[in-house]
Design a protein around this ligand. Sequence first.
Ligand SMILES: [Zn+2]
Length: 373
Amino acid sequence: MTEPVAGAGTMQVTASNGVTWTRRPSMTSTAEQLLQALSDLTSIYGDPGRQWNWWQEGRRDQEYDLVLQVVSEWDRCGPRRGSAGEKAALRQAERDTVGKDLDEDAHRGLDLVVNGYNEDRERLRLRLLRTQSDIAFFGHVLQTPASSAQHDDAERRLNSSRTAAAGLLDQLGDPEQVIDRHGHLPAERREMNLQSHMQCWRHPTLRGWATTQRRRFNALLAMPMPDPVAMCSECQAPAAWHDYDISLRLFQPPPTPGTQAGQLAQLIPGWWQRCPACTTYRVGHQWGGQYALPDFSYDQWRAMLPPLLRTIFTPSPPRPRPAPRPQPKPLAVIPSGPITEVTKRLEQAETRYPTAHVRPGSADGWEVWPAPQ
Ligand SMILES: [Zn+2]
């Protein structure tokens, strides 16, 4: 960035890339606003930090239009006329940028060739992540166990999970170096998952709750943006959600009916939707027997959740509605007919309900009602 230049009634500013901009006559935006707008143009779509709370429909386009409005008040005058050395430096900077991208692509390709995608290593890494989530889960249980039997079982499983995780880590080495079948490292997938979390879940969910579920809306809106390193590399949830058995697998297609996966998905609700890095506790709990912690209940799980997750994912059960008041019914209904028949029925009703009142019925006939109080 350089100092704005005012002269002969015009304002000029040279951006950090050497391009000089001249403000159009009668326009009012300042040099600082232009430089900010130029910076925003490159970050407005790529930086989730800017868009985190732009949940309203069309909000991102509106923000972009505001930036464009500022830029449109200025004319781009091309690179500043500088020395041959400056021009060469600018060209070299552009070549360096392109070269860096190519190097990164080549590096990824090299990773694939040298290391190769290894399905076993990918599976091993997922087992490690699941086991780490289990460790965290049993740790949460141990903070407020429901019974001594539960405490002992959770402690035993916590320790065996720790041993298993250490063994997996020994086998695997650095889990951050395990590429997926597309050649992406976990860190790259976390960046992508944060974008998807925001655009494909956070914003639509906020729009859906804005007018219908205000408490959940306020809680989700107040959720700070996770650091990309805190995201799960396998789904669109922050990794810490998996410690409580909460996944966000937005792009998981349903299992093919009739396959083993399809049958399991029917037998164990939630199994198919669960992220492969998530704790497996719920699956074990649903199978029961030795897999289920003694005395563990939904209420205990709900109480374990941090307030944000509790509000978002387990809204309070609806208050029981008062039972509907019974509709009053007549004591007797006497259909219309011959006078002798109607009279006879009326006399019977009088005998039975001596203080009752007779009114025309809603259908063709008469109704016998209790006397007004
Ligand atoms: Zn996940």
